[in-house]
Design a protein around this ligand. Structure first.
Ligand code: NAD
Ligand code: MG
Length: 404
């Protein structure tokens, strides 16, 4: 009990996912420092039930209503102290509970927007893995963070690396230029198809796309890594997190994923963060920040690694990168549209309704049919998100009907 005063309380959104599992793994190593208040999932009842039995949170949320009922039934007998909530309102509630200090935003895709935004509006320390939320709502999200005194700590390994190499606190008052920073260099592994030709890309399967050489991740982000849209979303994420212009963010291929990103200063210094590719490092850092704590990640052995390679990215084979630069430059809801079209196209690819090489075409066509507008409210963002999804779905149906 003596520890309770010093414990930080946490809600984990997306507890059954890869980020959720890594977060719980780190917390397990520091059980006296963290109290798990709420765990959420989409519809994997058995998985969330197992986590509730292990962690005894105060709340468990299933986004799916039917799944929530099933979970409540099961827990009634086995762990009656857990209150089961459901739907987007349940997610939003546990993201903004007064007794919660930290919120891990680990939901994948646009479903994470409202709860992540709610956490920012409640002034929490938000550990942001759910990059899609920021890509969708950019300015509005950052405004909520500033207005409500929230702390936004990046979990994405690249942004966590930049966060570690930047005088982040000073970025609240000063621009990158004032801090003598000339460029943010995002590293990219290049994914499983880094060396594939366009004709080889034509026939790749979802399982091939999800077999990332360096990282174990959920299926959606794995496909994003294979198309390099993940790096595109990360360019946009970096612009919002660090107040950068698209031209200040560059991408360099680095197949070993040991350097997680770099900050270039005007005096020629380049600061990099290195580490084994394991999400427990950025998660442990964000959980303990501004302190450090162990993460369970093995020590980096540079002698074993022996070499680090770098290459330029190929915009022709991976056009999603350019879409991201263009969408960020266009501003407003253009990035919302980009994200929505990508989510629909990736889903269709995972369900084998679309070829890998058609993903970028669906996104490009959606962007050509719909223009963005000022993203001044959540309603506008959600409207454009919904419209872009409809359009992308119609485009995919056309592709299927015409057998292209
Ligand atoms: P995942 O697919 O393994 O897990 C996703 C989680 O979100 C699950 O808990 C699932 O239940 C929940 N979820 C899915 N749809 C939902 C819905 N409609 N409503 C509510 N909850 C829903 O994904 P992941 O790999 O853990 O990625 C999560 C987020 O973190 C993504 O935005 C991803 O881009 C980002 N991220 C992941 C990694 C990684 O290494 N896995 C690295 C950097 C960033
Ligand atoms: Mg990343």
């Amino acid at each position: 009990m003596i520890f309770v005063l010093f414990m930080k309380s946490i809600t984990i959104l997306g507890a059954t996912g890869t980020i959720g599992a890594n977060t719980l793994d780190v917390i397990k190593q520091h059980q006296h420092d963290f109290a798990v208040i709420a765990l959420t999932a989409h519809r994997r009842v058995e998985r969330l039930e197992a986590l509730c039995l292990e962690w005894s949170p105060r709340y468990a949320v299933m986004a799916d209503y039917e799944a929530a009922e099933q979970l409540a039934q099961r827990l009634k007998k086995r762990q009656p102290s857990v209150q089961v909530l459901s739907g987007p309102e349940g997610l939003t509630k546990v993201a903004s509970l007064p007794e919660v200090d930290l919120v891990m935003a680990g939901i994948v895709g646009s479903a994470g927007l409202l709860p992540t935004l709610a956490a920012a509006q409640a002034g929490k320390r938000v550990l942001l893995a759910n990059k899609e939320a920021l890509v969708m709502s950019g300015a509005l999200f950052m405004e909520a963070v500033h207005q409500h005194g929230a702390e936004l700590l990046p979990i994405d390994s690249e942004h966590n690396a930049l966060f570690q190499c930047l005088p982040y606190q000073r970025l609240k008052e000063q621009t990158l230029e004032e801090l003598g920073i000339s460029r943010l260099l995002l590293t990219a592994s290049g994914g499983p198809f880094r060396t594939y030709s366009i004709s080889q890309l034509h026939d790749v399967t979802p399982n091939q796309a999800c077999a990332h050489p360096n990282w174990q991740m959920g299926r959606k982000i794995s496909v994003d890594s294979a198309t390099m849209m993940n790096k595109g979303l990360e360019i946009i994420e970096a612009c919002w997190l660090f107040g950068a212009q698209p031209a200040q963010v560059d991408v360099v291929l680095h197949p070993q994923s040991i350097i997680h990103s770099m900050v270039e200063y005007i005096d020629g210094s380049v600061l990099a963060q290195l580490g084994n590719p394991d999400m427990r490092t950025p998660i442990a850092y964000a959980l303990a920040w501004p302190k450090r704590q162990t993460s369970g990640v093995p020590r980096l052995n540079l002698i074993d690694i022996a070499r680090l390679d770098f290459d330029a990215v190929d915009f022709e084979r991976f056009p999603c990168l350019q879409f991201a630069y263009d969408a960020m430059s266009a501003g407003g809801t253009t990035t919302t549209i980009l994200n929505a079209a990508n989510e629909i196209a990736v889903q269709a690819f995972l369900e084998e309704h679309l070829r890998f090489t058609q993903i970028h075409k669906v996104i490009e066509t959606t962007l050509s049919l719909m223009s963005g507008r000022a993203a001044t409210s959540v309603d506008i963002i959600l409207e454009d998100d919904a419209r872009a999804r409809e359009l992308a779905s119609e485009i995919i149906e056309g592709v299927i009907v015409n057998g292209q």
